[in-house]
Each structure stands twice: as structure tokens, then as C-alpha cells.
Design a protein around this ligand. Structure first.
Ligand code: ZN
Length: 136
């Protein structure tokens, strides 16, 4: 699959997209004023591990697919592994050095790095990153 196909696959058939009403989950909203993006991220952390990760909301193809790929890749990871992944994603979007082996199919967003779509690709990570950095 080329980059566009990966994005369209995750947009038309998003993984882990569901509304969750459960006290065990932390919910974090993230919006992008320059786009239609408005998504909630749901995170259930147990003993330092992301037991479950999901999202819901309305957003463009870049943002929905990015959330789908993020939740797929980070479910089951430790908080430190997730932070490392998020740092690599940020570095890629900021045109710095990053490890493509860690990011897996999230590398499809490399092309957004110098465009306004960069914010769309980053949106779900912004929410997750803010939750993880506020953990006690
Ligand atoms: Zn967007």
C-alpha cells in the first residue's frame, strides 16, 4: 500500500473508534481550529501499561487515520514506550531525526511535515501526550 492508501484505509475503516463511558478511562479532548478536527481520546492505564486506547469524534481523513494508527500502535505499550513513540512522531513532523521502525505506518504522515496538515496528524498525539505528562 502506498501512503495515500494507508491513510484512506484507516479513515474509511478506523480502528479503536468508539465512544467509551467508563470511569477507568481518562478522557481528553483535542481540537484543531484550522480544520474540522474535534476528537476525544480514551485511555485506560493499568500498572504503567496502556491497557486500552480508543478515540471518537469528527475529524478530517488525516486526523482520523492518525488516531486509528496511534491507538493501534500504542495499545499494550508501557507509558515510557508510548512517550518514546510520541517523541519520534513529533521529531518526524518537526523535520528532525526520528526512528521509522518505532513509528511503523505512522511514517505516512512525513509528507505533512511542512504543511498545514501537520496539525491534523499531530492532533491525537497532542491529547495523549498531555495525559501521559500529567500522570502522577
Ligand atoms: Zn484536520
Amino acid at each position: 500500500m502506498d501512503k495515500r492508501e494507508v491513510i484512506m484505509d484507516h479513515y474509511s475503516n478506523p480502528r479503536n473508534k468508539r465512544k467509551i463511558n467508563d470511569d477507568r478511562y481518562i478522557v481528553k479532548n483535542s481540537r484543531n481550529s484550522s480544520c474540522i478536527d474535534n476528537i476525544d481520546i480514551y485511555i485506560n492505564i493499568v500498572d504503567g501499561v496502556i491497557e486500552d486506547l480508543a478515540f471518537d469524534g469528527e475529524a478530517c481523513a488525516i486526523s482520523i487515520s492518525s488516531a486509528s494508527i496511534m491507538t493501534t500502535n500504542l495499545k499494550g505499550k508501557t507509558i515510557n514506550e508510548a512517550k518514546n513513540y510520541i517523541n519520534n512522531m513529533k521529531n518526524m513532523l518537526d523535520d528532525k531525526e526520528y526512528d521509522s521502525d518505532i513509528l511503523k505506518e505512522a511514517i505516512v504522515y512525513e509528507d505533512t511535515k511542512n504543511t498545514s496538515r501537520k496539525t491534523c496528524a499531530w492532533l491525537p498525539y497532542e491529547a495523549l501526550s498531555s495525559v501521559l505528562s500529567n500522570l502522577k
